[in-house]
Design a protein around this ligand. Structure first.
Ligand code: SAM
Length: 431
């Protein structure tokens, strides 16, 4: 069937919504007649959107691909402060459901022509009179364009109950505006061939509705219990990982701290033993690394002096030449303020201040050095020095470790990947 659009008409309709979302930045969006969720999948990459909801009468269609709306591994590995919740419902747009009130944007893309005219009236009342969103985008076929499809007799789809001319669509839209306090602009996608645009219009006609300012009082209606109906069935819901969730923030921060502690320790040991290996080059400016190493050095010196001053009773785990090869008892807090002791080889202390100044992500995530200390004190994975000013990490013998090189370089690469991923994941470019 011609004309064939490029990009396809389906993509052009979705692109129209995406452009609207980019300009208007709605936080809560619902797609009515979402079918297999293809528009929702594109919208989930728009991080201004915090709640993304899809509704379709056909639950089987929704279920087919709904898991594609879930977070991907990058969302877990590199969570941001953005928040996103996705909900999918089976239900009819002719019925009210309180969970769909108060949205910023409602989209209805090629849906209304699947309803009987009586149901279109219900749709108008549910969407404009009950859901009362800030904006609504409605697209539907423009029947005036149909003669350009050679061989098309009847409607474009066997399930269509009607296909409106531009005048019919506009008459319905203007009536809705009058009744429910909206204003509308008409446009469309799918250009007619040159010279015919004016006579036939767009292939898909679109009405963009905005709630009039005077209707702002409608928010008061949202508290009306009489209207609290739950007629839709929830099929799927998911919260995306976000750094606003304290558990996730803690997990990311701790893994970043452990990663950089290991890096700094390794670099310091290489400096000490003169076995510095460029394979371990840190992802930092050289100045930053050197500063951290100096801080590490200072801290070790200080710890050694403290050890001497305190005597043998409470030994701080520090690297010292004369203890080489000996096991040493070290103490750390177990997160509940109690001390635990454990036999292990010598430890390197990586000062929190060094981590703070070397790793921008650690400082950004923790907000302050004392917050960082607080968070690490609570975490069983992190061992802090007794004065809680440094992370303790077990020293390894570099010579014995040669067989681990592959693993280590994998670790370094994984680390680099995790840092590079931020730049590579340009989701906007993928949609
Ligand atoms: N909006 C989709 C898109 O842009 O990819 C395509 C919509 S498809 C042409 C029409 C959808 O409307 C179907 O998935 C159908 O199940 C759904 N539908 C039909 N009547 C409905 C109703 N009363 N309530 C909700 N969804 C309905």
């Amino acid at each position: 069937m011609d004309p064939i659009f490029s990009p396809s008409l389906h993509r052009q309709r979705h692109q129209f919504v995406i452009d609207f979302v980019r300009r208007n930045k709605p936080r809560k969006v619902v797609d009515l007649g979402c079918s297999e969720c293809s528009l929702l999948k594109k919208l989930k990459f728009h991080r201004e959107v915090e709640l993304l909801v899809g509704v379709d009468i056909n639950g089987a269609k929704v279920k087919k691909k709904m898991h594609g709306l879930g977070p991907i591994s990058t969302d877990y590995l590199q969570p941001t402060y953005d928040q996103l919740r996705v909900e999918l419902y089976q239900g009819s747009v002719t019925q009210k459901d309180v969970r769909l009130r108060g949205f910023d944007l409602v989209t209805s893309i090629e849906l209304i022509e699947h309803l009987t005219l009586a149901d279109v009236e219900c749709f108008s009342e549910v969407v404009f009179g009950y859901m009362i969103p800030v904006a609504v985008i409605v697209s539907t076929p423009n029947s005036e364009f149909n003669p350009l499809f050679t061989g098309l007799t009847g409607f474009r789809h066997s399930d269509h109950k009607f296909e409106w001319t531009r005048a019919e669509f506009q008459s319905w839209a203007l009536k809705v505006c009058l009744e429910y306090g909206y204003e509308v602009e008409f446009t469309g996608v799918g250009q007619a061939p040159p010279g015919q645009q004016e006579s036939v219009g767009f292939c898909s006609q679109i009405g963009v509705f905005h709630r009039r300012a005077g209707r702002d009082h409608c928010n008061m209606l949202f508290g009306d219990d009489a209207d609290d109906v739950f007629s839709y069935t929830l099929l799927y819901s998911i919260n995306y990982p976000s750094l606003r969730d304290n558990n996730i923030l803690r997990r990311v921060l701790v893994s970043e701290v452990l990663y950089w502690t290991e890096k700094l320790k390794r670099r310091w040991m290489e400096e000490k033993t003169g076995e510095r290996d460029d394979a371990y080059t840190l992802c930092l400016t050289e100045g930053g690394v050197e500063e951290c190493l100096r801080a590490l050095e200072r801290h070790v010196d200080m710890e050694e002096k403290q050890t001497a001053a305190c005597g043998a009773e409470v030994k701080h785990p520090v690297v010292s030449e004369d203890q080489e090869g000996e096991d040493e008892e070290v103490f750390w807090t177990n997160g509940k303020g109690q001390q635990e002791s454990k036999k292990l080889h010598r430890c390197v202390c990586v000062p929190l201040a060094a981590l703070w100044s070397c790793c921008p992500k650690v400082s950004a995530l923790s907000g302050s050095l004392s917050n960082l200390r607080h968070i690490l004190m609570e975490d069983p994975e992190v061992k802090l020095s007794q004065d809680r000013s440094a992370v303790l990490v077990q020293e390894e013998d570099l010579e014995e470790e040669d067989h681990n090189d592959l693993e280590d370089s994998g670790y370094a690469e994984a680390g680099q990947c995790s840092h590079n991923a931020v730049q590579e994941e340009d989701w906007e470019a993928n949609i």
